[in-house]
Design a protein around this ligand. Structure first.
Ligand code: SAH
Ligand code: SF4
Ligand code: F3S
Length: 495
């Protein structure tokens, strides 16, 4: 592993300075009228956090975000190998960008993220989309100033996807949400679930030093954040690669406790791998009320035979026992999960086991996936791939059951008064605000009387100002349950 220390960041800062000097002389960060950028992010919150670091560096160079992608002089696409199910999304976007590049030859197009660690995608870009200026991987984001400098000054194309795992501290960050600060506590993954590409795109597991994590937490608290989300592919194995220093948090349970002690209002974390969940972690969740009463615990399949083929290292029985213990220790805890349908070799009987487990556990919500082959993973080579028609038929049944459970879970909340952290106004009706409860329920609520809001939170047309309210807390009475959200009425703005 390569530790990117302050020396390397200083070296990069010299490119930052040079770019600022060359482009419209010296403007303070974030005010350079010369170059406007747009970043499109796909995939999980780890990618989102990476994009915030890219934006932080661009801000340092004096660049401003573009209003729309068509106003941008620099477009960065931060890709994902899991969630963008069809590869077509990226290549569809590139097809459209080809025309833009014809109209504006100075447009800089950069592609980064997990997909760029898959050689076949980089090859396809070289072959079919030669107008792309810059390609780099998730381990290279700290090199953006140097890479951009090369593109701007030498008009060179740069394919620079690093293979070495890095751990970078000290990068500037421009956070994209006001209501939640994302904090990556570790990078990479060592688990090699047989369907999953992430260990190949993000490299080996590496934990940040607890002191660095805690310093970042304190900084976002000082910035006024109410909520943080600690991120890692498997947060439960945090610290396994660190030297154990006395007095420092040594594992995730201790780190979480130390974060909770800072007094921040709400702490979220994901993802928890069931094989590594410890009693001490469940006890920390029980002990600190500012840790969310919510656990994202991916089951993937309810069949032990399939779990083994997936290389998950737990059984359905162990999973059910973890859920039982967690719910006993922290009453009111909600549990969400990820489920894959149609893993190679999945028989109707295995699928029935998944439905059966769902009926036992009753997940409050779930991300459901149709298995799709990722070249380079062991499962992609397994002989007994399931036909697409069978997968989609099972998927519909799974969705129907989960939707029923999600609705029931939401119905159980009706009549309660809850604290909702506002995320903004609804896109379809600006009179409605959206936010989440501590247990991660999505709440859409109205304000029965606008006089409940101080003037600074109202727009001229006498609607709530969703932007100003982002990150504020409201007490909401829950009235009506839907499958993916709950409707309510605000009773009071809390802070
Ligand atoms: N680190 C997390 C999840 C990372 S990927 C964990 O261990 O659970 C997010 C989800 O995408 C996975 O939980 C899995 O359900 C799904 N997924 C990953 N690879 C997939 C594939 N090849 N086909 C379908 N779903 C997949
Ligand atoms: Fe992928 Fe498994 Fe790692 Fe999650 S734990 S990122 S599913 S290999
Ligand atoms: Fe996608 Fe990479 Fe995240 S593959 S899900 S962006 S770790």
């Amino acid at each position: 592993m390569q530790i990117i220390d302050h020396l390397e960041i200083e070296r990069q800062n010299r490119f930052v300075e040079q770019i600022r000097l060359d482009h419209k002389s010296h403007h303070p960060p974030g005010t350079n009228p010369g170059i406007r950028y747009a970043i499109r992010t796909y995939g999980c919150q780890l990618n989102e956090n990476d994009s915030e670091k890219l934006a932080g560096q661009l801000h340092q160079m004096g660049f401003l975000p573009a209003e729309t992608i068509s106003d941008a002089d620099l477009i960065i696409l931060n890709t994902c190998s899991v969630r963008e199910n069809a590869d077509n999304r990226l290549f569809g976007n590139l097809g459209r960008l080809k025309q833009r590049k014809k109209e504006n030859p100075d447009l800089i197009i950069a592609i980064c993220g997990c997909k760029m660690k898959q050689a076949e995608h980089v090859e396809r870009i070289k072959r079919s989309y030669p107008f792309v200026n810059l390609v780099f991987g998730p381990q290279d984001i700290h090199k953006l100033p140097e890479m951009l400098y090369t593109c701007l000054h030498h008009q060179e194309k740069l394919y620079s996807v690093g293979d070495q795992d890095t751990l970078v501290e000290g990068l500037p960050i421009l956070r994209s949400r006001k209501f939640r600060a994302l904090i990556s506590i570790m990078y990479g993954c060592n688990n090699y679930c047989t369907y999953c590409i992430v260990p190949y795109t993000r490299g080996r597991e590496r934990s940040r030093q607890p002191a660095e994590v805690l310093a970042e937490v304190r900084a976002v608290v000082a910035d006024g954040y109410q909520e943080i989300m600690l991120l890692g592919q498997n947060v439960n194995s945090y610290g396994k690669d660190l030297e154990n220093r006395s007095g420092q948090p040594a594992d995730f349970a201790e780190l979480l406790a130390a974060v909770a002690e800072t007094g921040i209002y709400r702490i979220r974390f994901m993802t928890s791998h069931p094989k590594d969940i410890s009693n001490r972690l469940l006890e920390a969740i029980a002990q600190y009320k500012n840790i969310e009463p919510h656990l994202h615990l991916p089951i993937q399949s309810g069949s032990n035979r399939i779990l083994e083929r997936m290389n998950r290292h737990y059984s359905r029985e162990q999973f059910i026992e973890i859920v039982r213990r967690a719910r006993t220790l922290r009453p009111g805890l909600t549990i969400s999960t990820d489920i894959i349908v149609g893993f190679p070799g999945e028989q109707e009987d295995d699928f029935a086991q998944t439905l059966d487990l769902m009926n036992i556990v009753r997940f409050d919500s779930a991300f459901t996936f149709q298995y799709s082959q990722r070249p380079g993973t062991p499962a992609a080579e397994m002989p007994d791939q399931i036909p697409a028609a069978v997968i989609s038929e099972r998927f519909m049944r799974l969705l129907e059951l989960q939707n029923r459970h999600s609705l029931e879970s939401n119905q159980a909340m009706i009549g309660r008064r809850v604290e909702v952290l506002v995320e903004g106004a609804s896109q379809t009706d600006t009179a409605i605000l959206s936010g989440r409860t501590a247990c991660n329920k999505l709440i859409n609520f109205r304000i029965p009387d606008l006089n409940m809001l101080p003037q600074s939170y109202r727009l001229k047309n006498n609607q709530p100002n969703g932007c100003a309210l982002e990150g504020r807390l409201a007490k909401v009475h829950l009235c009506r349950a839907k499958t993916f959200s709950i409707e309510g009425e605000m009773e009071m703005l809390l802070l």
